[in-house]
Design a protein around this ligand. Structure first.
Ligand SMILES: *Cc1c(COP(=O)(O)O)cnc(C)c1O
Length: 411
């Protein structure tokens, strides 16, 4: 077996001209001037479009693609995704409003998440979006709200299956969980839907996130479809859709390889074909966040100082942990590893030195990159964190130390 490469892998190669990073063909320095100040996040709209197209090329035609907007809820990004996908998944009332603002039809929006508040459920029913119900209490509340508003609530049941998605960065099933209703209780919940006069809109089985193993996703998809077939048989009811989750990951760290989505798509086709009769006329939904937007995003900060300490070079930039928590290693990682970080205006230069790049916070946790090989840097250079389109801006503690928040642009 060949050893994985020690470098960072991306699906899309970096574009550059004269050693300067291009973001959707705009040179980085010119983009920084246009934005007006650093730090900022930039998202490449051509890369977003290309990613969806690439995925469509390998998925079975019958699969509907949904964008889980919590990965990147910037309204301009959501608006860009609107015509590219069949639906949106939202995780809060605010995300629901952003999704509706984009013009996505309400019946193509679903709302998942534990501890949904009664006001959120009421808003979802009023809006006509589908609620992915995560508890029996929620089910009763939806019945009551539906009667109160005289609006038929659209309800899908989120199932906590007995299996897990192996090798996920974050597991969300297969053991006691705050997510979904345990599979053994689902037939009774489906029956209760009927008693409450609610439609059985869908089944939702989401097992995990940030997975790079095609084998694991293929197996989870197979188990998901088998479980759905079994639950439908037990309940003697058929939903309008089956949401099979997603969890497709992107490579962040040295040695990681891009997910083989062609293998996942081919196996999913086989699985759906094997259950063609049971799955007939049921919409199959794949919901993805990170995979659609992660690689299209860049976090850009400017070098303000460079200093030596005991033989070590520190490059100080105007952004860091408070803007990009995941890059600092403090968003779920056990051992900190470097994201792919480049000096965006020196891509051609030989990496003849080693530097640590740090932000302005008064804590050693504020590391942008730890001892990376780099070209000799200069003050004013633009440091770029790649793979930053998902769980960046909104997953970071902007208020910590009271620096201004970063800007965001769609390029
Ligand atoms: C967060 C979430 C997603 C998106 O996960 P990614 O790993 O970003 O693709 C999809 N579905 C549900 C229910 C989620 O909570």
């Amino acid at each position: 077996m060949s050893k994985p490469p020690a470098t960072h892998a991306r699906l899309q190669a970096l574009a550059a001209r004269d050693g300067e990073l291009l973001i959707n063909d705009v040179p980085l320095g010119r983009l920084a001037a246009r934005v007006g100040r650093t730090p900022f996040y930039a998202y490449d709209r051509a890369a977003l479009t290309a990613r969806v197209k690439q995925l469509r090329g390998v998925l079975p035609e019958r699969v509907s693609l949904h964008y889980a907007i919590k990965a990147n809820p910037m309204p301009a990004v959501v608006a860009h995704m609107r015509p590219l996908v069949e639906g949106f998944d939202v995780a809060s009332h605010r995300e629901m409003l952003v999704a509706l603002d984009s013009g996505m039809p309400a019946h193509e929006i679903s709302f998942a998440g534990p501890a949904k508040q009664e006001s959120e459920l009421r808003a979802a029913v009023a809006a006509g979006i589908c609620v992915n119900c995560e508890s029996e209490t929620e089910l009763e509340r939806l019945g009551a709200i539906s009667r109160e508003l005289a609006v038929p609530a659209r309800v899908a049941l989120r199932v906590n299956p007995s299996f897990e998605l192996k090798g996920s960065g974050m597991k969300m099933s297969g053991s006691p969980r705050q997510f979904g209703i345990d599979a053994v209780r689902v037939p009774a919940a489906i029956a209760r839907l009927g008693e409450l006069g609610l439609d059985f809109d869908g089944l939702h089985i989401f097992c995990g996130s940030q997975n790079l193993s095609a084998d694991s996703i293929v197996e989870a998809n197979r188990l998901t479809v088998e479980l759905a077939v079994e639950l439908m048989a037990q309940a003697q009811r058929r939903p309008r859709f089956l949401n099979i989750g997603g969890g497709y990951g992107i490579p962040y760290f040295p040695g990681e390889r891009p997910l083989d989505v062609a293998a996942v798509g081919a196996a999913l086709r086989t699985t759906l074909d094997a259950h063609a009769a049971a799955m007939e006329s049921i919409e199959i939904v794949l919901e993805l966040g990170r995979y659609l937007v992660g690689e299209a995003g860049y976090y850009v900060a400017r070098v303000s100082d460079i200093k030596e300490s005991q033989g070590h070079t520190f490059v100080m930039v105007d952004g860091g942990l408070h803007h990009h928590l995941a890059n600092s290693g403090n968003f779920g990682q056990v051992l900190r590893k470097n994201y792919p970080v480049v000096i965006g205006n020196r891509l051609d230069a030989a990496k003849t030195t080693q530097v640590s790049i740090v932000g302005p916070l008064c804590t050693p946790l504020d590391l942008v990159a730890d001892r990376i090989d780099a070209p000799p840097p200069g003050i004013g250079d633009l440091v770029v964190v790649l793979q930053s389109g998902a769980y960046g801006y909104t997953a970071s503690p902007h208020l910590f130390l009271s620096h201004p928040p970063p800007l965001e642009v769609l390029v």
